[in-house]
Design a binder for this molecule. Sequence first.
Ligand code: COA
Length: 258
Amino acid sequence: MTFENLQVDIENRIATVRIDRPKKLNALNRETIEELHQAFKALLSDEDTAVVILTGSGEKAFVAGADISEFSDYSVKEGKDLAAKGQETVFDYISNFPKPVIAAVNGFALGGGLELAMSAHFRVASDNAKLGLPETSLGVIPGYGGTQRLPQLVGKGRAMEMIMTAGMIDATTAKDYGLVNHVTTIEELLPLAHKLAGKILNNSMVAISSAIAAVNDNYKDGVNGFDTEIENFGTSFGTDDFKEGTQAFLNKRKANFK
Ligand code: COA
């Protein structure tokens, strides 16, 4: 896969998607948003990819937000379209991606950058990471899901404070808030993400996809996540992975999922 603003490498069933505009602190311009959509679409059908790690190029930024230079003269309609298209093609797409997506936050994750990290299934961060939603300092509000996903992850009060103050929190605070699961050095960040991906790879990908859908349904209007869980739990019993997993346990051997 070749892109202008992304690097995608696939090794040992783990795809690393690296946003690669370091001179602009990996800010998400229109082209990068489109490329992210294309990359994830391709990874969805790529049989060599089971887990995705999302990170930024360089040691300074994961993503410093949407590209401010592109939308500074947008109209009301253009602003609405920007948010709607981005949410549909990238942020919701990643959040509902049936393969696990881990964000490795390697520096600034601001605005659309934090929203991108929050669309991943979970996050790890380097100790130099700074996270925030500074949109209100620009006279806008978060448009890629930040007003919804931040309160889900850190609670309403903390999210309100972060959005209203437009301030940044450091990696330790982000861990304390539950916004990132682990903090490590910049050198150890990708090895840690790979280690976690490796643990995931031991398990049934069919079951994991099913669990992602059930967990996400808790956050969807008009959908009962408990019902999804019952349905998907039942469906598991008809899968080869269930037979393999249970037989392996009963025969005291390691499961070998296809
Ligand atoms: N959109 C467009 N360009 C951006 C950008 C963004 N969100 N974030 C950084 N850049 C560009 C800068 O304009 C600069 O480009 P230049 O060298 O051509 O002037 C380059 O990236 C480096 O950024 P700079 O501001 O010089 O780095 P810094 O270390 O002084 O500050 C930040 C780092 C992250 C604090 C600062 O870049 C910043 O506040 N960025 C915007 C964050 C934001 O508001 N994001 C939400 C957008 S909705």
